[in-house]
Design a binder for this molecule. Structure first.
Ligand SMILES: [Zn+2]
Length: 236
């Protein structure tokens, strides 16, 4: 593995872990971020149960693509098998973030997908944010974290994870992802904002329908894909 790219991976993963704290998405240690270098076959993830304010790049635990620890003084986050399942199933993603942010978690606990009620949602998610099925007792009993990943993957059997970069795990909380750990952290913050606004919107008007396909497509597609024209042209 290249030491430069691994150093970058450690720093980007640490930064995503710190960002979810700065954005108010994490209480104590209820969250974790990871990143992957597909070229090196290495995942970096937060160590389990370590206070965020003490984290350094060298504290990130490095594992292979099966979640076997390669380097690290501490145990990896216990949610590592969920992150591994997502990296395996979603080939374009480079970062995964899990939080128990308040409003997104409320939707997950209510076991309701977040409907697209306005253009803020439509700008980032090309459809409702889905909720998984509940885990079966045998899926909770053993390999719980891996089975959490599997139920997310089943939820996306007919969905594009690049166009809907988040999910609500039923009775648990959200997982978000993106091309980099920073993108995944950003989506986690946007998801919380969208979840809060959807909650307030439904409080104000319980029967309000989701936005129509035309407005949803207009907002999503002006920011994403070949016809995008929002913001400045990408230089890369
Ligand atoms: Zn959790």
């Amino acid at each position: 593995m290249s030491s430069n790219s691994i150093e970058t991976l450690r720093k980007e993963t640490l930064e995503a872990n710190l960002e979810i704290v700065r954005q108010g998405l994490v209480l104590y240690t209820f969250g974790n971020a990871s990143g992957i270098s597909r070229a090196d076959g290495v995942i970096a993830i937060k160590p389990s149960g370590v206070a965020y304010e003490k984290l350094r790049p060298e504290d990130m635990v490095l594992t292979d693509l099966e979640g076997k620890v390669l380097e690290g003084w501490a145990r990896p986050s216990s949610d590592l098998p969920t992150h591994v399942a997502l990296y395996k199933a979603f080939p374009n993603i480079g970062g995964v973030v899990h939080t128990h942010s308040e409003f997104a978690t409320a939707w997950a606990q209510a076991r309701k997908p977040i409907p697209c009620l306005g253009t803020t949602h439509a700008d980032y998610f090309h459809g409702p944010v889905p909720v998984t099925a509940a885990l079966e007792p045998h899926e909770i009993e053993s390999e719980y974290e891996r089975n959490t990943g599997e139920v997310i993957c089943r939820t996306f059997a007919n969905l594009n994870p690049d166009a809907v970069p988040a999910v609500l795990v039923a009775s648990h909380a959200p997982f978000c992802w993106g091309p980099t750990p920073a993108d995944a952290a950003y989506i986690a913050a946007i998801l919380e904002y969208v979840a809060r606004m959807a909650y307030y919107t439904i409080r104000l008007s319980a029967e309000i329908p989701p936005v129509g396909r035309q407005l949803h497509d207009k907002h999503y597609l002006r920011k994403h894909g070949s016809g995008a024209y929002y913001g400045q042209p990408r230089k890369d």
